[in-house]
Design a protein around this ligand. Sequence first.
Ligand code: TK8
Length: 335
Amino acid sequence: MRKLLLTTTAIAFAVGAAAPAMAEFNSRNIRVSNGINQDHPVGNGIKAMQACLDEKSGGKLKLTAFWGGALGGDLQATQALRSGVQEAVVTSSSPLVGLIPSLGVFDLPFLFSNAKEADAVMDGAFGDMMNKKLEEQGLVNLAYWENGFRNLSNSKRAVNKWEDFSGLKVRVMQNNIFLDTFQNLGANATPMAFGEVFSALETNAIDAQENPYVTIDTSKFYEVQKYITETNHAYTPFLFLFSKPIFDSYTPEEQTALRECAVVGRDEERKVIRELNQKSLEKIKAAGLEVNTLSADEQARIREKSMIVYEKHKAEIGADVVDAVLADLKKIRGQ
Ligand code: TK8
């Protein structure tokens, strides 16, 4: 009996020595920054993710969200992740193309026709391929969340056809593909960080911006805009990025919990944002904005005119990447 006890103790020590002071779950404070506000559905997603983490980690893994760019803009926060001084950010893919040019694939105008196509591409093999490229740059993408289809708002005039873009001073994300897409339509496009957009619209430094209805609603752009056009010109995802140096220092259990709970959060965020989209449009209308829709002919015209952007940026994104997404979409569309 005594011998057995000693052996058990010895084994316990040996196991303890193999993993010193590393419990399966350790107390972690995970800072997640965002440019959008807390009432954006990303807030619902983070709540759902936290509930999942509480359950899996017994309350050890805690997310602390910082809203409205309080920890700096998307690009700045992403650099802080790469150097291991901040844990996480929910960012659009678009401002990161300087770092990872292949991400520009998501900026190609009119790439996705609906959210179902976008989900299939992001959550499938193509999304995994892009995640590998992010990892090479020190970023672990836990999941693709939804930002949504983007629409144009402005303070100058009703935009019903491509000629109406002419001369409009449009803020675009810090991204060459967006810049070219809008310049190609005749607009005067200016790249700018998200955090500067509201005041630039308010002071009329710019006339226009483009974002999903939910962002135009929750970031209150409708207060400083008069017209909105349903252009659906791009669907750029949100990435839930984690600092790779920090992630690599976590236990396998912590890593798995983060990956699984980011997917739980994603599903909640996508559900809420899709429900809110029309409600946000109603709110924008109620605030007095004139809502314009493009006729089917005009939509086709603008789409056709925009195809030159694919040619122009294919080499820089990577021809293999562009071909892969187009092949995926063909399959998804059953063509
Ligand atoms: C929020 C941004 C924003 C994006 C943009 O940080 O910059 O227009 O659509 O939602 O990521």
